[in-house]
Design a binder for this molecule. Sequence first.
Ligand code: HEC
Length: 262
Amino acid sequence: MKKFALQTAAGLGLLFFSCHTAIAEEIGVPAQGGHPEYLFLEKVPQEQGRATAEMISQALAIGRLVIFSHMKKLTDPELGDKGFTGDYFVEQWLAALEPQLMDVTPVQQRILDKLIWAGKLSIDNNQDRLNVKGTGWKHFLPAKWAREAGLMFNSRTGIVTRQPARNYRHPSNAPDSMDKAVLTRFIQPDHDGKPYGEETMMGKQPVYRYFEPVELMEPCLACHGKPEGELDVLGYKKDGLEAGDVIGMISVAVPIEGPSGK
Ligand code: HEC
């Protein structure tokens, strides 16, 4: 009996091993189905989906601009302490945001508070990096702030924000199939530059997905401009784009509940 059990165990082990080698042929590919976010903590009524997504997208775009306008100081190698603290940043950010925040509903206010918390935390977390003396480029720029703030915002809300791009530099900005379809339309020369949004599903959760094009400005071209393929200061190949071209977008998915989003 004992011998039989041992043989069976050995046989099963062999079976397991051979199955495993068979499925282990391709590794590192995305799992099929589902969605990385399963617990959407914040949901808005269906009719507030678009306005909420738009509010988040604009808040990120404005936060990006606040950082952009401080880049000269932040990349100054002579300067140690830059005074660019979370508190300072939030003050600037809120001043620029206020005109956009007219009719904010209570649930939107709660979501906005969490976004401001996340945006501030990203700046606080980067203090050691920002205050390094003797180095110009410290790997801190608007896209990195929006990425980190978005991840922390996601962890407190479930709301998904990303910045998919034509040639993305950070892996977490890889476009999904819907991002790709919308971005393809955004980069057409005859596109009107307007954002796009629609209700769809993320896993089992109805969401409002909103996409806002991000256009390049003159100073962006040092890395995203011409000549295409030439290495930028960080060693990435330049994108070969011009000022005014759409390089990517802010992509926001807000969970909705209501008639179609129960
Ligand atoms: C010094 C080189 C540099 C400059 C200048 C620069 N970028 Fe980038 N860009 C990067 C890097 C590096 C990342 C990845 C940052 C990260 O997520 O850590 C990035 C990321 C992005 C992304 C997100 C997609 C991705 O590649 O991950 C967008 C959109 C973007 N940049 C737009 C802009 C715009 C608009 C400007 C001008 C306002 C600009 N960039 C200026 C280097 C640069």
